[in-house]
Design a protein around this ligand. Structure first.
Ligand code: GAR
Length: 195
């Protein structure tokens, strides 16, 4: 049996990337298992999906903390440490993190971003790509550092941009690649870390 590193997945919404990671982790030869899915939103649809998979879930509602982002992250971190996870995967986690949590998980926190970074950091990446008239778009997996969407790039996947694409067309095309790239990159990251 392959050794399985316990990971946490942080989400804010529907959790399709979470789902891709859950499915990969369910394979006997995959080097990770999902020990926790955590959301900053109590009603994130992804939480229900994770529960149906029998995964431990938790939420820390950012609204209860007002402007104190670090207090919110201290409570998240306490849960992460209590659960004993070794790696944190941000998968559609839509809060900008403070240096507090980023530093705690330095070198052990991955993010997926729907553009070919450094192009189009931040939100509304597909609209931005169309507006810029690029011929290629895609997604990036990177390590999380204090600068938003700036950490070292672990992997990227490209898709073509067609003339009549809408932002939704592009989002869909990129998402297919996200679901393939995240599990693949996480597995490689863990395996390389071990050796
Ligand atoms: C994904 O496209 C992910 O790349 C993006 O949000 C979507 C979440 O979808 N993440 C970001 O924009 C992070 N800045 P999902 O909840 O179905 O995985």
């Amino acid at each position: 049996m392959v050794e399985k590193t316990p990971i946490a997945i942080l989400i804010s919404g529907r959790g399709s990337n979470m789902m891709a990671l859950l499915e990969a982790c369910a394979q006997p030869d995959y080097p990770a298992r999902v020990a926790l899915v955590l959301s900053n939103k109590p009603d994130a649809p992804g939480l229900d999906i994770a529960r149906k998979f029998g995964i431990e879930t938790s939420f820390v509602d950012h609204k209860s903390y007002g402007r104190d982002r670090e207090a919110h992250e201290r409570d998240i971190n306490q849960i992460l440490e209590k659960t004993g996870v070794k790696i944190v995967c941000l998968a559609g986690y839509m809060r900008v993190l403070t240096p507090y949590l980023v530093t705690k998980w330095s070198g052990r926190m991955l993010n997926i971003h729907p553009s070919l970074l450094p192009a189009f950091p931040g939100l509304h990446t597909h609209e931005a790509a169309l507006k810029a008239g690029v011929k290629e778009h895609g997604c990036t997996i990177h390590l999380v550092t204090p600068g938003v969407d700036e950490g070292p790039i672990l992997a990227q996947a490209k898709v073509p941009v067609f003339e009549n694409d809408t932002a939704d067309d592009l989002a869909q095309r990129v998402l297919v690649q996200e679901h393939r790239l995240y599990p693949e990159t996480l597995a490689r990251f863990i395996t390389e870390k071990r050796s």
